[in-house]
Ligand binder design. Sequence first.
Ligand code: FMN
Length: 313
Amino acid sequence: MGKVTEMLGIEYPILCGAMGGVSRPDLVIAVAQAGGMGILATAGSKPERVLEDVQRIKAETDKPFGANIMLMSPNYEEVLQILLDEGVRFFTTGAGNPIPLFQPIHDRGGIVFPVVPSARVAKKMEDHGADGVIVEGTEAGGHVGEATTMTLTRLAAKAVNDIPVIAAGGIADGHGLVAAYALGAAGVQLGTVFAASKEAPIHENYKQAIINATDTSTFISGKQAGVPIRIEKNEAALKHIELDQQLGMTSHELESYTLPSLVRAAKDGNITDEIVTYGQIAGLIEKSKSVKEIIEGIVQEAEEVVSQLDIHR
Ligand SMILES: Cc1cc2nc3c(=O)[nH]c(=O)nc-3n(C[C@H](O)[C@H](O)[C@H](O)COP(=O)(O)O)c2cc1C
């Protein structure tokens, strides 16, 4: 198994996860320029907008970057084609079966790391040709599964034979990076800490919500309808619970309330009456930093943590 940094052509094994309305060109460019892997969120974007976004990123950085393909989007095949034609070579996938995409991505020399919720699915992805997997624990922001990052990372690292496992969920500093590595990860994917970064193109109120949060400021709603998402305990969350518990509520119907609300919160900053998502690790984030400060700080702290490790203390 090659190193993730070599495989992806990046300096640090730190990925900024795709975040709807947040992982827009400004953030992708900042992460790429700082030596990490920026990943453009394409869910909900029309193909023309994806083309515009990719062309802007390419105009502002010559570093590699990736894109997330949301398999629930009706136009995801067209979006993938545009990205491949524009020279994007790194893909993550979410919400659906990514296996049919492996061949078209590999045919163009690309690399694909599906986001998976269990060790069993991680192994299945390897058997079908995935180049790596991202295991996302339930402490993450956004849509979540049941297993924790601690459990998933260890089990997935044991389950796969030869592909890198990237740990996501609950990591925001050097301690988290070292923990992930100790469990067998070959890299990390972060979301919440980058959503609060200076370059994240979202309303300051949203960043402030992350900065003010503690480890218990969020909970998971949407389980009944089959689309569990970690959201802040605000006024809008009450409406979310109510909708989720309505008899016959489908995942699609609940999402058609959740996603536009999230986008409005990020754009207009009404963090009381709109749905707000972030991970439990928000409790660790005390101020908005630049992406470069975040990435370099994590790497430096990780080195310090490793040099001070004493398992007999
Ligand atoms: C505000 C926000 C929006 C997110 N939106 C998406 C999304 O649209 N698609 C996706 O695959 N993951 C999404 N995620 C998950 C991230 O890509 C990433 O895996 C996760 O944030 C990592 O955990 P952390 O929040 O504890 O750092 C989102 C996360 C956050 C915080």
